[in-house]
Design a protein. Structure first.
Lengths: 375, 358
C-alpha cells in the first residue's frame, strides 16, 4: 500500500533504533509523553517498545477522545436516547464507554434506545433527512480532528433548514489538556511524572498547525515533535526528541511535514470559529474540570444545540473509586499499576474509559502488550 | 351450472408470481400457499430423491466409508447476513458453504444438509428465488444435497428478510481424530489463502459505508480441499474455518483448547492489498475480519511441506502459506512478530471491531 508501507519498514525501524541507541547518553533517562491515543496504539500494535533502549520511557497521554469523555456526558446521550426518544448518532468507539447505572450506549441500545453508529456527520445528516418526524442528535466528541466536520454539519443543517437535527457538543481542545498536564503538581512540584518532551498530535495538528505548541516549548522548556501515526513516524520523533534533550533545546519540530504546516488548515479553523465558541469550563475524565478546554455551539446556531433544545443539564458523576484512569491519563500511573487492570477491568467489561478504545492506554497495553508483564 | 363446473380445473393453483410477488403470512401458515411455495421454489431447485420423499423427515442410508461404518459428524449454523446479496455470493450459497465447511474441518465427508428458513413478510419472491437457486448451485457443487427443510414466515419488521439455518451430517472414518485440543508445541500453523476477503466484501456494501472495492467474498465449500489434504496422510492435528472473529479468534480458541501458545509472523500472512487498504481506512485489523472460504490447518512441523503442496495444488489453496508455529505458553497467548520488528499479542476480540475516532 503506497504511502503506508514506506512508514512501516522494519529495516528502517532497526536503523532508527540503532540511531536512538547511539544518541542516548549513558546514565540518563528520557521520558516522553505521546499525547495522542493514535500514537499509543501505534506503539503497542507494532511493538515499538521492543525496539527502544531501556533508557527511553514512553508515557501515555490523555489524547484519546473516548477516554477523556466523563460519565456525565455519556449519561446525557443515553438520556436523549432512552427518555427523549431521539435517534442518537454516534461514532463507533463511543458505544462501549461505561456510564452510570451499569449502562453504556451499547446497553442502552439493547434497552430500546435508537442508537446508530455512523462513520461521519454526513451519515447523521442523512438520517435526519430520512426521518423527518424524528429528532436526530449527533453525539459530537473528539479533539480538533473531528470538530470541523461537526461545524460543517451544523452549517449544512442550517442551510437546509433541517429542523429535526441537533448536536450534543462535547468537543475538547488539545492545547488546554497539555497545559493542564504541564501545570499539574505531579509534573511541576513533585516531579513524580518526569516529562522530557512531547510527541505532538498527528491529525489534530493537521487542523491546528504546529504554532499552538510553540508556547509550551518556550514557556515550559519542553521539546515538542509533531509526528504522524505510523510507527516509523514515532521512531523518528523519538530520535528528534532525544537529540533536542541532549542539546538542551526545547523547540517545536515537525516530523509530520507531509501533512502539518505551521498554520494548519485555515479553512477548517474558520468553520470551527463560525460555529463554536469556548466553554468556560468542561469536565474531563482524569483531568477533572479544565477551564476553557472545550467548545460549545454559538448562539447563532442555538437551534442545533441539543443541550438547549432538550434542556439538558450536565451532572458530574465520579469515576469508580478503584479505577486509576485519571492517574493513567495524566501519566502518573501505568495501566499495569491499576488494581483493576486485567482482573475486574478488561476490554470485554471495561470499568474505566481507558480500557474501551484501542487508543486507550489500558486497552492498548491489555490487547497488545500484557504478555510482557506475565512472563 | 355445467358451464361453471367446466371452468374449474382440478388441483389448479395459479403459479407463484416470482417477478412481482412477495412473501406473505399465508406462505407459512400450513395451507396451500405454503405447499405451493415449497413445491414451486424449494423443491424445484433443491429437489433430490430424499427431499422428494415428502415426509416429516428424510430417511437416509446409514453412512459408510468404503463399505465400513464410520462415525457421524453433525453441525449446525444459523446464517444472518446483511446485505443478503454481496459481491461474490449471497446468504444462499453462504448457508451451504458454512455448514459443509464446519462438517468438513472435522475431517468428515459431508453427506446431507437440512435447511430451515425464517422469511419476513413482504420479502420479494424474486429475491428468495435467487437465494434458493444459489443454494442449490452451491449444494450441487459441494456434492451435498439438501434432504429436508422447513419454512416459517414472521410478520414484517420481525425478521431481516431471510434467516437460514443449515444443519449438516457427515461421516468420519475411524482412526481420524482432528480437534482443537490436539495442537502441540512445534506444530506448523497454515492458512489456505488471503484473509479478510469476505468481511471486507460485506462491509463494502453496508448501507452507511458503501465504498468501491474490487473485492469479492471468498465464500466456498472446502470439502474438496480438505479431502486432498487428508489424502496426503500427513499428521494433521486440527482444521478450522476462521469465520466470525477471523484468524485471531480461531487461533485463540485452539491455543486455549490445546493449552499452548502460538507465534505468528506478520510478513507471512497472506493479505490482498485491497483488503489491507480497506481495513486501513476503516481502522480495522484484518486478522479479526471474517472469512467464509478459508481454513487454518495445524499439522506436525515435519509434514508442513506435504500439506502445503497438496493445498497449493487445489484451486482453493493456491495461496496457502505457513504463517507461524505452535509454542509452549502457559498463558495461551497468540503472539505476532510484526513486520516492523516488534512483538505483540493477537488477542480475542472484545465485542465488535469498532472504528477508531482519531
Amino acid at each position: 500500500m503506497k504511502y503506508i508501507d514506506e512508514f512501516r519498514d522494519g529495516a528502517l525501524a532497526r536503523n532508527l533504533a540503532l540511531s536512538i541507541g547511539a544518541e542516548v547518553q549513558p546514565g540518563r533517562s528520557y521520558s516522553f509523553m505521546e499525547f495522542c491515543g493514535g500514537h499509543t496504539h501505534a506503539i503497542s500494535r507494532y511493538g515499538l517498545s521492543d525496539l527502544l533502549p531501556p533508557a527511553v520511557r514512553m508515557v501515555h497521554g490523555p489524547g484519546c477522545p473516548v477516554c477523556v469523555l466523563p460519565i456525565g456526558r455519556v449519561d446525557m446521550a443515553i438520556d436523549l436516547a432512552l427518555n427523549h426518544g431521539v435517534i442518537l448518532c454516534t461514532y463507533g468507539d463511543t458505544l462501549r464507554v461505561p456510564a452510570s447505572d451499569g449502562l453504556s450506549l451499547m446497553k442502552a441500545k439493547a434497552r430500546g434506545g435508537d442508537i446508530r453508529m455512523v462513520y461521519s456527520t454526513i451519515d447523521a445528516l442523512q438520517i435526519a433527512r430520512d426521518n423527518p418526524t424524528r429528532e436526530v442528535v449527533f453525539f459530537a466528541i473528539g479533539f480538533e480532528t473531528t470538530t470541523p466536520p461537526t461545524a460543517v454539519a451544523i452549517q449544512q443543517a442550517d442551510k437546509e433548514n433541517l429542523p429535526n437535527f441537533s448536536v450534543l457538543c462535547c468537543h475538547v481542545l488539545t492545547p488546554s489538556a497539555i497545559s493542564n498536564i504541564l501545570e499539574s503538581p505531579e509534573v511541576r512540584q513533585w516531579g513524580t511524572v518526569p516529562l522530557d518532551g512531547f510527541i505532538g498530535p498527528a491529525h489534530v495538528s493537521t487542523v491546528i498547525g504546529s504554532r499552538p505548541y510553540e508556547f509550551f516549548a518556550e514557556e515550559y522548556r519542553k521539546p515538542v515533535v509533531i509526528a504522524g501515526f505510523e510507527p516509523l513516524d514515532v521512531m523518528q520523533a523519538i530520535l528528534m526528541l532525544v537529540r533536542q534533550v541532549n542539546q538542551g533545546r526545547a523547540e517545536v519540530e515537525n516530523e509530520f511535514s507531509r501533512a502539518v504546516t505551521r498554520d494548519g488548515n485555515l479553512k477548517a479553523q474558520d468553520r470551527v470559529a463560525e460555529v463554536f465558541e469556548l466553554r468556560r469550563e468542561f469536565e474531563w475524565r482524569g483531568l477533572s474540570v479544565v477551564p476553557y478546554s472545550a467548545l460549545k455551539i454559538r448562539r447563532h446556531y442555538a437551534a442545533f444545540d441539543a443541550e438547549r433544545r432538550f434542556k439538558l443539564d450536565y451532572k458530574s458523576v465520579p469515576d469508580n473509586k478503584a479505577c486509576d484512569c485519571g492517574a493513567i491519563l495524566r501519566g502518573v500511573k501505568r495501566p499495569q499499576d491499576c488494581k483493576l487492570f486485567g482482573s475486574v477491568c478488561t476490554p470485554e467489561n471495561p470499568i474505566g474509559s481507558c480500557m474501551v478504545s484501542s487508543e486507550g492506554a489500558c486497552a492498548a497495553h491489555y490487547s497488545y502488550g500484557r504478555y510482557k508483564d506475565m512472563h | 351450472m355445467a358451464e361453471v363446473q367446466g371452468k374449474i380445473r382440478r388441483g389448479y393453483v395459479r403459479p407463484l408470481d416470482l417477478k412481482q410477488g412477495r412473501v406473505d403470512l399465508t406462505h407459512g401458515s400450513g395451507g396451500r400457499s405454503m405447499v405451493q411455495l415449497i413445491s414451486e421454489l424449494f423443491a424445484k431447485h433443491l429437489g433430490n430423491e430424499y427431499l422428494g420423499q415428502g415426509n416429516d423427515g428424510a430417511v437416509l442410508p446409514a453412512p459408510t466409508l468404503a463399505g465400513r461404518p464410520g462415525r457421524i459428524v453433525m453441525s449446525t449454523d444459523c446464517h444472518v447476513v446483511s446485505p443478503l446479496f454481496f459481491p461474490g455470493g449471497d446468504i444462499g450459497c453462504l448457508s451451504v458453504h458454512g455448514t459443509v465447511n464446519d462438517v468438513a474441518v472435522m475431517g468428515a465427508t459431508p453427506l446431507y444438509l437440512a435447511a430451515g428458513f425464517v422469511l419476513e413478510e413482504g420479502f420479494p419472491l424474486a429475491d428468495l428465488a435467487r437465494i434458493v437457486e444459489s443454494m442449490a448451485h452451491a449444494a450441487k457443487e459441494a456434492g451435498v444435497p439438501v434432504v429436508t427443510g422447513d419454512t416459517k414466515v414472521v410478520e414484517r419488521g420481525k425478521g431481516d428478510g431471510v434467516f437460514i439455518t443449515t444443519t449438516g451430517v457427515g461421516v468420519l472414518p475411524d482412526g481420524l481424530e482432528l480437534g482443537g485440543a490436539r495442537a502441540r508445541p512445534g506444530d506448523a500453523v497454515i492458512v489456505s489463502g488471503s484473509l479478510g476477503d469476505h468481511g471486507v466484501a460485506i462491509m463494502s456494501r453496508r448501507e452507511n459505508l458503501s465504498f468501491d472495492a474490487p473485492i469479492e467474498s471468498d465464500t466456498a465449500a472446502l470439502n474438496g480441499l480438505i479431502a486432498a489434504m487428508l489424502a496426503t496422510g500427513a499428521d494433521l492435528r486440527c482444521l478450522r474455518d476462521p469465520t466470525r472473529g477471523g484468524l485471531a479468534a480461531t487461533l485463540n480458541e485452539i491455543a486455549g483448547q490445546s493449552g499452548v501458545g502460538m507465534m505468528l509472523h506478520e510478513k507471512a500472512i497472506p493479505l490482498k492489498p485491497v483488503v489491507a487498504a480497506a481495513c486501513e481506512f476503516l481502522g480495522l485489523d484484518p486478522l479479526y475480519v471474517a472469512n467464509e472460504g478459508k481454513l487454518i490447518a495445524i499439522c506436525a512441523a515435519a509434514d508442513a511441506g506435504l500439506v502445503l503442496a497438496a493445498m497449493r495444488a487445489h484451486p482453493l489453496g493456491r495461496e496457502a502459506a505457513q504463517i507461524g508455529e505452535v509454542i509452549a505458553d502457559d498463558h495461551n497467548f497468540v503472539q505476532l512478530t510484526t513486520s516492523f520488528g516488534g512483538k505483540r499479542i493477537v488477542d480475542w476480540l472484545a465485542g465488535d471491531q469498532l472504528p477508531r475516532i482519531c
